[in-house]
Write a protein that binds this ligand. Structure first.
Ligand SMILES: [Zn+2]
Length: 552
């Protein structure tokens, strides 16, 4: 890139990312949730930081805060201007700084080469908000004070170039100068890089934090693995209640019936129950009753003697015998044949069984955990399930809540799945964007934890190494709807063309569209003509005229 610097490109692509959802109390910049802060709030926060941590630490903290914002913007810059010249792509950073009202940036010098990874940049800063609030609070400083902003420049450029580029303020309004001037170079080109790195070590600090975080996650994972809670992650009231109920049941031999919708993780609760019980070193045997043909289920559960039926040419033990001393988990217990139910009842009452085709009685010591998503009471009424067996199973029943009733657990579950599937697919993922998290929390989860796990795994496969999982990775359909909103906001009529073509082909007339839009708009605002006019982009008088004309 040569010394003649081009003008900063048009900024409307960044501005168009900015959306105000007044009624929802949210502001978005693309996928990121933003907030409008008063600079006086930042001033107060900064004063508190300096007072409680000291100047040096406060500075480091704010630098690293800016660093994270810069890093995030760099991740989206190339997506935002995919085909633009390098200068324009890079300008996303300085221009975001401007759009978010932090500082006015003028590039003075920018030499960068992606291939050779060289970088030298000089920028002028005017209207720095940090210089403004510092001067208001403390007066002229003996060293530069635009800390979060310089952290941003370093984070943005380092992430953009894929190597550590350090920025420093060579002059600052906070020191009484007319403008701030910043300069960025690769770390090793600064003679005093050690001194700078003391604060500027954002890369390493971020890495360390990331490293520590993944250590904590894996430690936590191992911890939960030891207690074998698997995907049983959460801190919501309902989740903790279930865990507590199961922990109590684990100590005794009581038969447990797990109820709940498909996908809530009944199998994992059953495993956890076993691992938390004194039987943990003995076998845990799981059977899905719905997966075995009805006429074979008895042989499968209770075993079979040679010659009992055609094909039984060898004696073999059933799942009950194999679970001796341990736990047998019968999933979808409502699917058992009536004959198998009778045999099961006998094992529960007498602790003994006979293999199919055998007359010998065998003693077994098995803790039974059964599960179903069916209403067994109704199955009894319909004659499909024995009432005496239900009575036996129902001694200690625990209902596992659906995911939509424990939405507070979603952030923790998301972290858990990122660690789990990230490891499985060999990816380090930073997390999910605010927007994606919001959508995860708003979704109604008919498929429960299993569905969340599937969606997260898909997201991890789609996201790039080291990136953030975005809403579109998780919910392609819902995200498409969002993007229509954004296209409309950008004023580009392209999206309408297809719809209009279809309408014309169907013989739809302009008057009809006008009437329909008018009626819908009035509907939305409860008949308030002034508000409907605003919605339609008309004056009140113009809408009145149309209403009369169309006799709405
Ligand atoms: Zn400054």
């Amino acid at each position: 890139m040569n010394d003649e610097l081009p003008q900063l490109p048009a900024v409307d692509d960044i501005q168009n990312l900015l959306r105000f959802e007044y009624e929802e109390g949210r502001i978005w910049l693309g996928e990121e949730r933003m907030i409008l802060l008063r600079s006086s709030e930042m001033q107060a926060l900064r004063r508190e930081l300096i007072d409680s941590l000291g100047m040096d630490r406060a500075k480091g903290l704010l630098i690293r805060m800016g660093y994270i914002a810069g890093q995030q913007d760099a991740a989206t810059a190339k997506k935002l201007r995919p085909d633009a010249p390098l200068f324009d792509i890079f300008s996303v950073g300085p221009q975001s700084h401007m759009v978010t009202g932090q500082v006015k940036v003028t590039p003075i010098k920018l030499e960068m080469d992606e291939q050779r990874q060289t970088f030298h940049g000089i920028f002028n800063w005017e209207n720095s908000f940090e210089a403004e609030i510092f001067l208001a609070e403390y007066g002229v400083s003996y060293e530069p004070v635009c800390w979060a902003q310089i952290g941003y420049a370093t984070g943005y450029t380092s992430h953009f170039m894929g190597r550590q580029i350090l920025f420093r303020e060579q002059g600052c309004v906070g020191c009484g100068e007319k403008i701030c001037r910043i300069e960025g170079r690769p770390v090793e080109e600064w003679d005093d890089c050690e001194e700078l790195l003391r604060y500027y070590r954002p890369d390493r600090i971020a890495d360390q934090l990331f490293e520590l975080q993944s250590q904590v996650t894996s430690l936590r994972e191992n911890l939960t693995k030891d207690q074998s809670f698997g995907d049983l992650v959460g801190c919501s009231q309902k989740f903790l209640q279930v865990r507590e109920l199961l922990a109590k049941a684990a100590e005794s031999r009581v038969t447990v019936l797990l109820l709940g919708e498909t996908g809530v993780g009944k199998d994992m609760f059953a495993t956890a129950l076993h691992k938390g019980s004194p039987r943990r070193d003995k076998p845990f045997v799981a059977v899905n009753c719905a997966a075995i043909p009805r006429d074979l289920i008895e042989a499968e559960l209770f075993g079979v003697e040679k010659g009992a039926f055609t094909g039984a040419d060898q004696s073999r033990p059933g799942r009950f015998e194999r679970a001796h001393g341990g736990t047998l988990f019968l999933d979808e217990v409502g699917e058992l044949s009536l004959q198998a139910q009778a045999a099961l009842l006998r094992v529960l009452q007498e602790n003994e069984l006979e293999r199919v085709g055998d007359t010998r009685t065998r003693k077994v010591d098995v803790r039974l955990v059964a599960a179903t998503n069916e209403d067994l009471g109704r199955a009894v009424e319909e004659g499909r399930f024995r009432s005496d067996l239900l009575y036996r199973l129902n001694v200690y029943s625990v209902t596992v809540p659906p995911l939509r009733e424990r939405l507070d657990d979603i952030p923790e579950l998301v972290r858990h799945f990122i660690a789990k599937y990230g490891a499985l697919h060999g990816k380090s993922i930073q997390g999910v964007t605010d927007k994606a998290m919001q959508m995860l929390r708003d979704y109604h989860w008919p498929g429960n934890i299993r569905e969340l796990g599937n969606i997260m795994e898909r997201g991890i496969i789609l996201v790039e190494q080291g990136g953030y999982i975005e809403a579109a990775h998780l919910f392609p359909h819902l995200a498409a709807k969002e993007s229509v909103k954004q296209v409309v906001a950008s004023g580009d009529p392209g999206w309408l063309v297809e719809t209009v073509d279809q309408m014309l082909e169907a013989g739809c007339e302009l008057g009809q569209v006008e009437r329909e839009m008018t009626v819908r708009a009035l509907d939305r605002v409860g008949g308030n003509v002034t508000r409907a006019a605003k919605l339609l982009g008309l004056s009140r008088a113009a809408l009145d005229y149309r209403l009369k004309k169309n006799k709405c």
